[in-house]
Design a protein around this ligand. Structure first.
Ligand code: HSE
Length: 317
């Protein structure tokens, strides 16, 4: 092994990381749900320096396959944080989460990289959940997508002078959901964020405080309140011009009584349902409208967050 910590030699890990939906309507930059839809990656330490990257599925032929790859940068971020020299790496990514769709693909890449790094460093350094959330938030910019990808379930994330923190909650069994992703439209989070105003009216802030408090109750205890609890005045209207088909579909779904919101920064639509039959009805509404082709993902909530499996070291003498 040329350079690097000899204890890392031959180490290899496999990571599975869930998609996520952030904001959930009123919970801008705060609430997120982990979705049972997973990107997988395998990372092996190799003797030669540098990184090789193989991407299968979503992003193949599009995302960088050198050291600028987001997963590689996330692994490097954790090593740098701990002052450990980054070894040579072979990375294979198998992706299903669509990119630029509001289903947490960049959070999955960041969390996947950090979990891989933690797995590779097992027994060498200890990294707890708060530290993972801090590192992930440094890379993503806000904690609401990375928290559910890391910890699973419904997460409330907030920032403190000491760094971001989270509370994980278990979603009521009666809640079922779907995510409708437009087949050929993407919106970058940077564009969506550029449409946000510097400040908002006080009454709009109060509106969202009440709805997001109600949304926690709806998601963990009273799913029948989901429709009232998913109203928002802090982000969706400001961003509507960047995703007109998304806004039109949400308007249509809400007019028919479904708790539809923008998933993350869009353009996917998240529909939170109080029973599986309602979810089938929502899917039928989406199929009926013909302006934009949507792929409907009927998903369960992921309860575990990202998981890592370490493989026995394969050291060639
Ligand atoms: N809270 C973030 C936003 C989620 O809406 O900008 C997207 O990463």
């Amino acid at each position: 092994m040329t350079g690097g910590d000899a204890r890392l030699r031959g180490r290899r890990v496999t990571v599975r990381v869930p998609a996520s939906s952030a904001n959930l309507g009123p919970g801008f930059d705060t609430l997120g749900l982990a979705l049972a839809y997973y990107d997988e990656l395998e990372v092996a330490v190799r003797d030669e320096p540098g990184a090789t990257v193989e991407v299968h599925g979503v992003g193949a032929g599009e995302v960088p396959t050198d050291a600028s790859n987001l997963i590689v940068r996330s692994i490097a971020h954790l090593f740098a944080d701990r002052g450990i020299e980054l070894p040579g790496l072979d990375l294979v990514a198998r992706n299903v989460i669509p990119h630029g769709s509001g289903m947490g693909s960049s959070a999955a890449a960041i969390v996947g990289g950090l979990m891989a790094a933690r797995g590779l460093l097992d027994g060498i350094v200890d990294i707890d959940g708060d530290e993972l959330l801090r590192l992930a938030t440094e890379l993503e910019g806000h904690p609401d997508n990375v928290a559910p990808a890391l910890f699973g379930g419904l997460t409330i994330a907030w920032t403190t002078p000491e760094g971001p923190r989270h509370k994980r909650l278990t979603v009521h069994r009666g809640v079922s959901l779907l995510v409708a992703a437009p087949d050929s439209v993407t919106v970058s989070t940077a564009l969506a964020r550029s449409l946000q105003p510097e400040s908002v009216p006080h009454e709009d802030a109060i509106f969202n405080v009440s709805r997001s408090a109600l949304l926690i109750a709806a998601l963990i205890q009273s799913p029948e309140l989901l429709f009232a609890a998913t109203e928002d005045k802090l982000h969706q209207t400001y961003r509507a011009s960047a995703m007109p088909a998304t806004s039109a579909l949400i308007e249509q779904l809400r007019a028919e009584g479904f708790a539809a919101v923008v998933s993350g920064a869009g353009p996917s639509v998240l529909v939170l349902c109080s029973d599986p039959a309602q979810r089938v009805e929502a899917a039928a509404v989406i199929e009926r409208q013909s302006t934009t082709p949507w792929t409907v993902h009927m998903l369960a909530v992921d309860f575990k967050g990202a998981t890592v499996v370490a493989h026995p070291a394969e050291v060639v003498a």
